[in-house]
Design a protein around this ligand. Structure first.
Ligand code: ADP
Ligand code: MG
Length: 592
């Protein structure tokens, strides 16, 4: 095994990131430095053994006086370092009391004259130091593509020529160098994984005519995203793009515009549920009257799909023979397994050529993360929604229950709908909130048209459809994060809100006020105060919430049920380091 393997690294720049945990100053000095580690040039004059300590009398030549060395609980091998009459270099912590100075746990040092870094890693300290001196050289870092200013800065952390003993903090420029290298290595690796294939379809297309046919004008970010895709279609390599936009940001229009541009060269769209596939199908029929469109579900007849321009379906698509398509799209991509997504992509392959591939996700990610990800997949962000959603959010407690009931009755009187989300209870748990089963009796007794569903409910799609038509109150667990639109839903009450991750809360809140009605979101909690929930109610932007999520995760407010974003960075901070990400992107020549 090489030393690189033992350390679990692949390159010199990764070696540079294994910075010392401390330094030892092996330079000889003729003044005594109490309370500090210090090197002495000394002759061992005598040795005295007590039951659990050994005392050594040193004569220090550099200081010009004697000094007592003290070893606590000495191990046998330590003894060889202190032969009476011999002169050597010793290093240890110097303490002085009433004019008597001692060195605690002195150890013999052979190589002197420099500041030696100490490493906490899989190698012995001296082995590691020799390895670093051999491998970690400026020219090696430059060869790996690290810019010279960064390389020089990081080398300073290993090869130190002075110690600022008053400061234990790393300088801003050292920090920046570490962040840079960490990002550089990560993004380089990502981009090397990206494979380029010839596209089945390459064309100049346009969507301006189509936008004229719409009942509303597209938002600037919808247009910018469609422009990105239009530009992808002009390339001879198959594109791979992720479109990330909040719930309600109008991603469907981007899907339809893409299918419009491809036209008879054929598009396929996969959605995670039958309801959503139906909804997309209806919208496609409405806004793309000139395309031959079909809907595929597990119940569809197995007729040939050859004649259609735009095939929309659930994962039932994976079990059908599909015509060669120029474009493949996956809506609500985060709800599919990687395997299902890949399978779809494979199904529509023609020889070595590939379709353009667009994935749509409603899980907002911080902009910096999107930029990092762009090393292996292009990313378009839609951060605004066509209507400014008017949603009031409040953190509420038991004492607010009466007001809450009055509000719910008021909304129902206005023919609006209310969603009550209860925590998912595992049997082993003792919970301070009611479960759905406990709560439903109350609501069913006091309200009409109450519908209940939960995650394992096989009928949940039907329950949701029935509720949409004739319900007042829907009681559920977090299942309703399905993309079905409930136009009359104006209020969501989330019981035990502190148990859920901010992104889940955001998804749930995104269910209400989808058509511009005034919306309300109540976070019901038994917690006296929560900064996390307080900050949540102050913003409705999913992108702000993604940043908040990072902030609270970093501050240790880790909750069960939050989906980890897998922060594999030790130095990089997604919220603060956009400028460094930008530089790395530029240096690595990653576009988009
Ligand atoms: P998403 O899929 O991103 O959650 P949708 O595509 O379902 O959002 O859009 C939400 C609602 O906004 C739909 O009713 C849609 O018709 C409407 N919509 C989309 N784009 C616009 C726009 N530019 N102006 C007005 N309404 C829009
Ligand atoms: Mg959608």
């Amino acid at each position: 095994m090489t030393k690189f393997e033992k350390l679990g690294i692949n390159s010199v720049s990764e070696l540079a990131l294994l910075i010392p945990s401390s330094y030892e100053d092996y330079r000889l000095n003729d003044t005594l430095k109490p309370h500090k580690n210090q090197l002495i040039d000394a002759t061992v004059e005598s040795l005295y053994r007590a039951p659990s300590t050994i005392q050594i009398t040193f004569f220090s030549h550099n200081l010009g006086h004697t000094l007592t060395g003290v070893l606590f609980r000495p191990k046998p091998y330590m003894m060889h370092q202190f032969a009476v009459g011999s002169r050597d270099y010793y290093y240890g912590m110097v303490e002085c009391k009433q004019g008597n100075c001692s060195m605690v746990m002195p150890k013999k040092v052979t190589q002197i004259g420099s500041i030696v870094p100490k490493y906490k890693c899989g190698l012995r300290t001296d082995v590691m130091w020799r390895f670093i001196k051999k491998e970690l050289r400026l020219e090696c870092l430059l060869e790996e593509g690290i810019p010279s200013d960064i390389a020089q800065e990081v080398l300073k952390l290993h090869f130190v020529d002075s110690l600022d003993e008053n400061s234990s903090e790393m300088s801003a420029s050292s920090m920046e160098a570490l962040k840079y290298i960490e990002l550089y290595n990560y993004m380089l690796q990502l981009s090397s994984k990206r494979r380029y294939f010839e596209a089945i379809y390459t064309a100049q297309s346009d969507f301006k005519e189509w936008t004229k046919s719409l009942p509303f004008s597209l938002t600037a970010e919808q247009i910018a995203t469609i422009e990105d895709i239009k530009n992808d279609f002009t390339k001879t390599t198959a594109s791979k793009r992720m479109i990330v936009g909040d719930v309600g940001s109008g991603k469907t229009m981007v899907i339809l515009a893409s299918a419009y541009m491809v036209g008879s060269a054929k598009s396929i769209l996969m959605a995670p549920t039958t309801i959503l596939a139906n909804q997309l199908h209806e919208e496609a029929l409405k806004f793309l009257p000139n395309l031959k469109i079909t809907l595929v579900s597990s119940k569809s007849k197995k007729e040939s799909l050859e004649e259609y321009d735009f095939i929309i379906g659930t994962h039932a698509l994976l079990y059908r023979e599909l015509p060669t398509a120029s474009l493949v799209m996956v809506d609500e991509q985060h709800r599919f397994g990687t395997q299902q997504r890949n399978k779809l992509e494979k199904l529509v392959n023609e020889g070595t050529k590939k379709p353009h591939y667009l994935q749509f996700s409603a899980t907002p990610i911080p902009r910096t993360l999107a930029m990092i990800e762009s090393a292996h997949i292009d990313v378009s962000l839609i951060t605004t929604t066509p209507f400014t959603k008017d949603i009031e959010s409040h953190v509420i407690h038991k004492s607010d229950f009466k007001d809450l009931l009055a509000h719910i009755k008021g909304e129902i009187a206005k023919n609006n709908q209310v969603l009550l989300v209860y925590p998912l209870v595992e049997q082993s748990e003792v919970l301070e909130y009611q479960s759905i089963e406990e709560a439903r009796a109350y609501w069913e007794k006091n309200f009409e048209n109450v519908f209940v569903t939960h995650g394992k409910d096989k009928e949940k799609e039907q329950v949701l459809l029935d509720f949409r038509e004739k319900g007042d109150l829907l009681i559920s667990t977090t299942v309703v994060e399905v993309g079905i639109s409930l136009p009359r839903l104006t209020t969501v009450v989330i019981v035990g809100a502190e148990r859920l991750g901010l992104s889940t809360l955001h998804q749930l809140r995104g269910r209400v006020s989808r058509t511009g009605l005034k919306g309300y979101c109540y976070l019901y909690t038994n917690q006296k105060s929560s900064e996390r929930l307080d900050e949540f109610v102050n913003t409705t932007s999913g992108f702000d919430i993604a940043n908040l999520d990072l902030k609270f995760r970093k501050s240790g407010d880790l909750l069960k049920g939050t989906n980890q974003s897998g922060n594999q960075f030790k130095w990089v901070d997604f919220v603060e380091d956009e400028a460094i990400v930008t530089r790395v992107k530029k240096d690595l020549n990653i576009g988009g």
